[in-house]
Design a protein around this ligand. Structure first.
Ligand code: CMC
Length: 392
């Protein structure tokens, strides 16, 4: 069987070559297609960055306009797909609703699922990018028992999403441009992060030549876990718990350092970054701005700032090179914007979608691609004879 190397969690194993995202974890550097994340966050838009990730270059005006028009023509969900939402309990968590609806999309577009048909893949790309915000907004409305809003295609992706999430059919909804800009920027920061758990899942499922919807649906499930995208809601729950317990922040940190079961400083640490996560640095500034602009005085921000302050000066965290990651401050912004905690990871999914798509497409076009099939080190029983029922 040859020599296999055991590498739990793939800490030292590269699964592919990729031209999409570059991370230098020691230096705290992140680039999409060579462009520093700081510059994209400041100057680009989520739409443009999505195009960049998926197609490999910054779009010309005509390319960007074309992409935008394509997306705005595909925001509607098939009316039959809307019925899916009725099948879930009214308090259904929006993450499994999201991945179920994405999975179901493949049943509506069966004629265009061939992973090697370039036109079909372009179509699925546009459909996914256009429909995920609609599905996400419906998943939110469903939990509130409120009516769904049809997309308004005169609006951009983020504005449309905000309106479908917070608006009502009979009332005009004024999108706050500063909020839309902040959310757009957060989506840029989440848009790709090379071979993380959900992206590796998307590639793994796709490596068996499953279609793009199936692969992305699996990626959404992978993202939902608290060690991955689910950390953004776990951070808020942690801040709430600390406030509710009446304990001071130091007491909580002692529990973290004692490694009490299930107690971690959520939003801290990263497999690749052994330095400040460059996304967290941007998010922290955005949190300040958004909270100030909305006039929100959230006591959770003080707790978060204090946790960070303690961690950055504490041997436990310093020795292990644990810094705030992208999820540490995003929840405070989402909360201030009016999103319930259970929607936070859904927002992450909307942001990460172009990365999943770009990575899946790159894999399909790579002649080196093989089906993902790791080996194992067997540590079970050696051969033994079957024992009849009466002799056990
Ligand atoms: N709080 C306390 N201790 C921690 C933390 C934390 N957040 N993260 C890591 N450690 C400790 C861990 O106990 C271990 O200690 P020791 O060496 O004594 O056994 C050491 O640091 C290394 O941790 P690890 O679990 O082996 O590291 P990993 O690379 O396997 O895990 C991680 C990375 C992100 C899963 C982990 O840091 C973690 O659980 N963080 C909290 C959850 C979180 O914020 N996840 C979001 C990640 S960023 C974006 C995303 O994917 O959404």
């Amino acid at each position: 069987t040859g020599l296999v190397t055991l590498d739990p969690g793939f800490v030292n194993t590269a699964s592919c070559r990729s031209e999409i995202t570059y991370i230098d974890g020691d230096a705290g550097i992140l680039r999409y297609r060579g462009y520093p994340i700081e510059q994209l966050a400041e100057h680009s838009t989520f739409l443009e960055t999505s195009y960049l990730l998926i197609h490999g270059h910054l779009p010309s005006q005509a390319e960007l306009d074309g992409f935008s028009t394509d997306l705005s023509r595909h925001t509607l969900l098939h009316e039959d797909l809307k019925n899916f939402f009725d099948g879930f309990p009214s308090n259904a968590h929006p993450m499994p609703v999201l991945s179920s609806a994405v999975s179901a999309l493949s049943t509506f577009y069966e004629e265009s699922l061939d992973p090697f048909d370039r036109r079909a893949v372009d179509q699925s790309t546009v459909r996914l990018m256009a429909k995920l915000p609609t599905i996400a907004a419906y998943a939110h409305k469903k939990t509130l028992g409120q009516p769904f809003l049809y997309p308004d295609n005169s609006l951009g992706l983020v504005e449309n999403f905000l309106r479908m999430t917070f608006g009502f059919p009979a009332e005009p909804y004024e999108v706050d441009p500063a909020l839309a800009k902040a959310l757009d920027q957060l989506f840029i920061l989440h848009a790709d992060h090379e071979q993380n758990c959900s992206t590796s899942t998307v590639r793994m499922v796709g490596s068996g030549q499953a279609n793009l919807y199936a692969s992305v649906s699996a990626g959404i499930h992978a993202l939902s876990g608290p060690l991955h995208g689910g950390a953004n809601s776990a951070v808020l729950t942690m801040l709430d718990d600390i406030l509710a317990s009446g304990d001071d922040v130091d007491t909580f940190m002692e529990r973290v350092k004692r490694k009490e079961k299930g107690v971690r400083l959520m939003g801290f640490g990263h497999r690749v970054y052994k330095n400040y996560d460059p996304r967290a640095a941007i998010v922290k500034k955005t949190a300040d701005q958004v909270l100030a602009q909305l006039g929100v005085n959230d006591p959770r921000l003080d707790v978060a700032l204090r946790l960070e302050e303690i961690a950055l000066a504490d041997d436990y965290f310093v020795e292990r090179k644990l810094y705030p990651n992208v999820d540490f401050y995003t929840g405070l912004i989402y909360k201030a914007m009016g999103f319930p905690t259970r929607m936070f990871t859904v927002l992450f999914a909307i942001g990460r979608l172009p990365g999943w798509i770009a990575q899946w497409r790159e894999m399909m076009e790579d002649p080196q691609t093989k089906i993902g099939r790791p080996r194992q080190v067997y540590v079970g029983e050696p051969e033994r004879p079957y024992v009849a029922m009466g002799d056990r």
